[in-house]
Design a protein around this ligand. Structure first.
Ligand code: CIR
Length: 257
């Protein structure tokens, strides 16, 4: 079995100054966020990942959310040019770490793309068009991936920050989604599980092998996942949630190749 690498980055001293789009600013306990992040890394390690922890940058409030700055495919990595200008400098350290594993390509300006808007389903890549991600970036990604046989399509995201706030993969043929934010009809051939209506932000789950990492805060959706036969490991990410982050956004997972 090829080893799964998990690139992560520690929580910035400036985390409380994170970008916010849909939520009001709430006090963030940076010490607690760090403890939660350590537990998240330990959870990844318990599932067999080799966790690489990049140091935080005190000038980059959102640097813990490494998912948004890069996409790692089996063949290449793509540095994304995040939609929030405050986040673009996050790419330097992550790109440097990725050069050990993949050839790097770049989304060119003026287009922007956040990794949280990219859902990979085998050779199918779904790109959410959001406040962070442009149609031009999706077209650039399609051109970069075409030589490797990936098909890229777009879906408009509304009501939430990223496509993967609304839908993630939770098993080989199963997705978890919030039907208020994304239409299950867009995912023909997949079994679509809905979040519990009382937990609208519960669709962000991280599939690692045959298990799913899911926030502790969503017991009703967790029960739905378990009822569907999915093994769930919970992590407390309450402080990440105050920054509009979830479980996918804190790591980049890929095989060493
Ligand atoms: C932002 O607004 O960019 C950060 N505060 C949260 C990013 C979360 N990323 C993700 O869900 N992929």
């Amino acid at each position: 079995m090829p080893e799964t690498i998990a690139i992560t980055r520690d929580v910035s001293d400036a985390f409380a100054q994170c970008e916010l789009t849909h939520q009001p600013r709430e006090p963030i306990d940076v010490g607690r966020a760090r403890a939660q992040h350590r537990a998240y890394c330990a959870c990844l390690a318990s599932l067999g990942c080799r966790v690489e922890r990049l140091p935080a940058d005190p000038a980059l409030p959102d640097c813990v959310f490494v998912e948004d700055v890069a996409l790692v495919f089996d063949e290449i990595a793509v540095m994304t040019r995040p939609g929030a200008a405050s986040r673009r400098a996050e790419a330097t350290a992550v790109g440097h770490a990725l050069t050990a594993f993949r050839a790097l390509h770049h989304i060119a300006p003026p287009d922007t793309l956040d990794g949280g808007d990219v859902l990979r389903l085998g050779r199918q890549v779904v790109v959410g068009l959001s406040t962070r991600t442009t149609a031009g970036a999706a077209a650039q990604l399609a051109a970069l991936l075409a030589p490797f046989g990936y098909e890229v399509r777009t879906l408009t995201v509304s009501g939430c920050l990223h496509l993967k706030t609304a839908v993630t993969q939770v098993a080989g043929e199963a997705l978890l989604l919030n039907p208020a934010w994304v239409d299950a009809a867009a995912f023909a051939g997949y079994r679509c599980l809905a979040v519990d209506p009382s937990e609208p932000t519960a669709a962000n789950a991280l599939l690692v092998g045959d298990a799913v990492i899911h926030p502790l805060a969503f017991p009703h959706t967790r029960a739905r996942l378990q009822h569907a036969g999915i093994r769930v490991l919970t992590v407390d990410v309450s402080e990440m949630a105050k920054a509009e982050g979830g479980v996918t956004c804190c790591s980049l997972l890929f095989t060493a190749g």
